[in-house]
Design a protein around this ligand. Structure first.
Ligand code: ASC
Length: 150
């Protein structure tokens, strides 16, 4: 009998949902999303550097668009409610009161990033330039509304 109680107690302890989702502490969620966005921004800059040339290096561009395409969903798991004012987060509290719009903007960014990666694989430089501009606008429109000016 005692072992049944022990098993139940252990089971409920293991199943209890942590307050911050997959993150041990709220600060870790902030670091995680900032790290993902830092890498995305770094690779956007590398692409921009190539597009400043009349004959950009397509291998460099493709490596970066593929990475950004992989990273594009990562920040959003880490926008855990209650982390707007944590650490050096610039997230506005409206992210959690306007979830529908925030998710719509995230989805638009993800669509445009996928299109940028497709354009890079096609090798059509004019298409890459245009898709890069659209992806950058999608980043900016979310930052304009949901990132605090520091
Ligand atoms: C970037 C980056 C952003 C967007 C935005 C585009 O490379 O870090 O936040 O593009 O600046 O206007």
């Amino acid at each position: 009998m005692r072992s049944v109680f022990l098993a139940l107690a252990l089971g409920s302890a293991l199943c209890a949902a942590p307050a911050w989702g997959q993150f041990a502490k709220p600060e870790i969620a902030v670091q995680y999303r900032q790290a993902a966005m830092f890498l995305m921004a770094n690779h956007m800059q590398r692409i921009k550097g190539e597009l400043d040339y009349s004959k950009p290096n397509l291998d460099v561009i493709r490596a970066s668009t593929a990475l950004i395409d992989t990273l594009k969903t990562l920040p959003f798991e880490a926008f855990v409610e209650g982390t707007a004012e944590v650490g050096d987060s610039a997230a506005k509290p409206e992210i959690w009161t306007e979830q529908e719009r925030f998710k719509k903007l995230a989805g638009e960014m993800q669509d445009r990033v996928a299109k940028l990666n497709d354009a890079a694989r096609s090798g059509d430089v004019a298409a890459i330039r245009s898709a890069f501009g659209e992806a950058g606008k999608a980043c900016k429109s979310c930052h304009d509304d949901y990132r605090r000016k520091k």
